[in-house]
Design a binder for this molecule. Structure first.
Ligand SMILES: [Zn+2]
Ligand SMILES: [Zn+2]
Length: 330
C-alpha cells in the first residue's frame, strides 16, 4: 500500500505531529482524494487550541480541500477517477431531522464536519462522503481555489445574511473578508473595512481590493452602514459594529467561535437593529457559489506552506501575519 502522510492533532493546545499511516479506504458512498491543497482556516485554530472540543482525537484538521479523486467507494457513480473536486466543512447531515427537512441542513442535529468530527485535509489523502463534495470550476490553480471552500462559502452565506445592504462593513480583514469584498463589489455593494488598530497592511490590502474606506474597528466610518459582517473572533466587535449600522441594520457574526460579548447599552440595539450568526453551510450555498464564481472572477491572495509546516501556518494565522489566506500544498 502507498503510504499516506498526515498532520495530526493528538492533544489540544499542542502542535500537530507528522504521522505516516496506511492509505484510507473509501467505504460505501465515499470517495478518496489525493489532496493537492488545503486551506488553513481560523476554525482550525479554534480546534487545535481546544476552543471547540467535540473533536475525537487524534484528528486530522483541514476543511478547505482541493484534490483529485483517486478511489471510489462502492456505489459511487457521480465522480470519475482523476476528477478535481473540493471538500468543505459540511461533511455529512442526517437528512431526517427538522432542519434537514426544511432547507437548513447547516443546522442539522446530527452532522459531521470535515477536519473536526471527521478527518480533514492536512494530509496527502482524505476520504469524504461523496454527497458533500463539490465539483469545482476550471481555470484556477488548486491552491488558489482552496480558501473558497470555507472562507469563500461562509463568506457567501454571510453576505446573503446581510441581505440587500449596499453599505457593507467587514470586521476582520483576513481570508474571508478579502473574498467577500470581491463578491460584494461584483454585486454593486460598497465595502468598508475594519481591522485591528494599527494594521495598516490589512487596511491598504482592503483598499487595493476596492474597499472605499478602511480603518480601525473603533473608528467611525464616513457614513452609517446598512449591515456589518464580523469575521474576527472578538466579541467586543459586536457593540462596535452595532454603533456603525443604521436603524434597522444588521450585524452578522460569521465565526464559529468568539470571545464573550461585553455588555452594552440597549440603545445600540434599539431601533430594530439585529444581531445574527451564521453557522456552517448548506450544499445549496456551495452549488450557487461555485456556479456564479466564474462570472465574479475572484482572485485569492494566498501564502503557501508545505504540509509538514502546518504548525507554522497556524502560528502565522494566529499572530495575524498572513495577508489573505494560508494554504498547505502537498
Ligand atoms: Zn439533519
Ligand atoms: Zn473554515
Amino acid at each position: 500500500m502507498t503510504p499516506s502522510r498526515a498532520m495530526m492533532l493528538t492533544e489540544y493546545g499542542r502542535p500537530l505531529v507528522v504521522r505516516n499511516r496506511t492509505i484510507p479506504v473509501p467505504q460505501h458512498g465515499e470517495i478518496r482524494l489525493r489532496v493537492s491543497a488545503c486551506g488553513v482556516c481560523r476554525t482550525d485554530l479554534h480546534v487545535v487550541d481546544g476552543e471547540l472540543t467535540k473533536a475525537p482525537l487524534p484528528l486530522i484538521p483541514g476543511h478547505e480541500i482541493v484534490g483529485y479523486v483517486d478511489a471510489l467507494g462502492p456505489d459511487v457513480n457521480d465522480f470519475s477517477l482523476g476528477q478535481r473536486v473540493g471538500v468543505p466543512w459540511l461533511g455529512y447531515t442526517c437528512g431526517k431531522c427538522a432542519y434537514c427537512g426544511s432547507g437548513l441542513e447547516n443546522l442539522c442535529d446530527h452532522p459531521l464536519f470535515t477536519g473536526y468530527t471527521r478527518d480533514g485535509g492536512y494530509a496527502t489523502h482524505v476520504v469524504a462522503d461523496a454527497h458533500y463534495v463539490f465539483t469545482l470550476p476550471e481555470a484556477k490553480a488548486d491552491a488558489a481555489l482552496a480558501p473558497l471552500l470555507c472562507a469563500g462559502l461562509i463568506g457567501w452565506r454571510s453576505l446573503r445574511m446581510a441581505q440587500d445592504a449596499k453599505r457593507l462593513g467587514l470586521f476582520g480583514f483576513g481570508a474571508a473578508a478579502h473574498i467577500v469584498t470581491q463578491v460584494a463589489l461584483w454585486e454593486h455593494r460598497r465595502v468598508f473595512a475594519f481591522t485591528r488598530t494599527g494594521d495598516g497592511e490589512s487596511q491598504s490590502f482592503a483598499l487595493r481590493l476596492g474597499a472605499e474606506w478602511a480603518g480601525s474597528s473603533d473608528e467611525a466610518p464616513p457614513e452609517p452602514l446598512d449591515a456589518a459582517i464580523i469575521f474576527a473572533p472578538v466579541g467586543a466587535l459586536v457593540p462596535q459594529a452595532l454603533k456603525v449600522v443604521r436603524k434597522g441594520g444588521r450585524v452578522v457574526c460569521a465565526g464559529i467561535h468568539m470571545s464573550d460579548i461585553p455588555s452594552f447599552p440597549y440603545k445600540l440595539l434599539w431601533e430594530e437593529r439585529q444581531v445574527v450568526s451564521v453557522a456552517n453551510l448548506t450544499r445549496a450555498d456551495g452549488d450557487s457559489f461555485f456556479r456564479i464564481l466564474p462570472q465574479i472572477g475572484i482572485e485569492t491572495q494566498i501564502s503557501t506552506y508545505p504540509l509538514t509546516e502546518a504548525n507554522q501556518a497556524l502560528a502565522d494565522l494566529r499572530s495575524g501575519r498572513i495577508v489573505g489566506a494560508a494554504v498547505l500544498t502537498m
